[in-house]
Design a protein around this ligand. Structure first.
Ligand code: PLP
Length: 369
């Protein structure tokens, strides 16, 4: 049995061995993808191959793929460089969307954690001129899959541009950019076993996007800076592995459901957010009244299990997670939420270890009360 159980794939996934090999080789090969000589042309060929591999993961046209320095940068570019005056974002977006501009209008979510489509329609009816709507495909905290196709329809009917943050969804569920109908999509390599610090913004019509990082003419003039060839190569390999492994990833729902069942057998009052909704197969948001997220994360860590609280900790104070606040979850419960996220390395033994460690914490809490 491995010394630790890593159950925090939504924070970052372990780098795949195929990626490490490919990145190492690309670093040894070197070359600037903008150089005209043979070394440069070879680097360019590696970048273009990766562009195709990443596009294939989400059914996109490789011509619309812009490599960026992260998923955060991709979201920032989409929302700041589309030349739209008005921005509507859902209340449960990642900070890289919520903080991209300080004039965003917030679209609420239902108590189930789904973007409120009637509210979106009303916001667009107020004013939809020069507007970009940004709604994620799957939430990073709850794993709940959003009604993006319906939201795109509403946005397009009102003449708005639609951006989708698919950072958590790509490689975990099938994603088809064309079928979704979105105008742009943000992805990140490290969530699927690629290197950290590489993402993409994919545009259906790159002519609608302005340059975000200024300097040289790389990435069709839309993102200046010498391409991170090893990182891009690694991303391409990770995308290919993720596409091949999509069915197996879907099978993680069995392990995840087993974990949830066993926790609820130990304590029937434990709440699982979005249990009956369409969720990412690897994600579980678990609320245990009376057992704070801080105690759970630290206690499990000591027992060799890595999970996340999903609540920001600033100046020593654990804050209510804004995603749960937006769903109307009471603070006393929100402060007791943890996120468990599985991946391709997860085994039944990892689930056993989680359950044992959790039970120890829970028994201690019972003994204290
Ligand atoms: N969007 C979502 C939904 C995420 O979960 C994350 C990372 O946690 C990001 C965007 C940002 O991606 P990156 O870490 O590549 O900046």
């Amino acid at each position: 049995m491995s010394p630790r159980s890593y159950l925090d794939f939504n924070a970052t996934a372990p780098t795949r061995s195929e990626v490490i090999d490919a990145v190492t080789k690309a670093m040894q090969e070197g070359g600037n993808a903008s150089s005209v000589h043979a070394d440069g042309r070879a680097a360019r060929a590696r970048v273009e191959r990766a562009r195709q591999q990443v596009a294939a993961l989400v059914g996109a046209d490789p011509a619309g793929v812009i490599f960026t320095g992260s998923g955060t940068e991709a979201n920032n570019q989409a929302l700041r460089a589309t030349k739209c005056e008005r921005l509507i974002v859902s209340a449960i977006e990642h900070e890289s969307v919520l903080q991209a501009r300080d004039d965003a209008v917030i679209c609420p979510v239902t108590p189930d954690g789904l973007v409120d489509l009637e509210a979106l329609q009303a916001l667009l009816a107020e004013n939809s001129s020069s507007t970009v709507v940004s709604i994620m495909l799957a939430n990073n905290e709850t794993g709940i899959i959003q009604p993006v196709v319906e939201a795109v329809q509403i946005a397009h009917d009102a003449g708005a541009f639609f951006h989708c943050d698919a950072v958590q969804a790509a490689g975990k569920i099938p994603v088809d950019m064309m079928a979704l109908g979105v105008d742009s999509l943000a992805l990140s390599a490290h969530k699927i076993g690629g290197p950290q610090g590489i993402g993409v913004l994919i545009c259906r019509d790159p002519s609608l996007m302005a340059r975000f990082v200024h300097g040289g003419g790389q990435e069709s003039g839309l993102r200046a800076g010498t391409e991170n060839v090893p990182g891009i190569v690694g991303y391409g390999v990770a995308a290919e592995c993720a596409l091949v492994g999509l069915d197996n990833f879907g099978g993680l729902a069995n392990l995840r459901d087993d974990l949830e069942l066993r926790i609820q057998e130990l304590e029937p009052n434990v709440q699982i957010i979005g249990k009956n909704l369409d969720r990412l197969p690897n994600t579980s948001k678990i609320l245990t009244k009376g057992l704070t997220s801080e105690v759970q994360v630290m206690g499990l860590d000591l027992d060799g299990v890595s999970i996340s609280a999903g609540s920001a900790c600033s100046a020593g104070r654990v804050e209510m997670p804004y995603v749960l606040a937006a769903m109307g979850v009471p603070e006393e419960l929100g402060l007791c939420a943890v996120r468990v996220s599985l991946g391709w390395t997860t085994t039944g033994e990892d689930v056993d270890r989680y359950i044992e460690a959790w039970q120890k914490l829970y028994d201690r809490k019972i003994a204290e009360t």
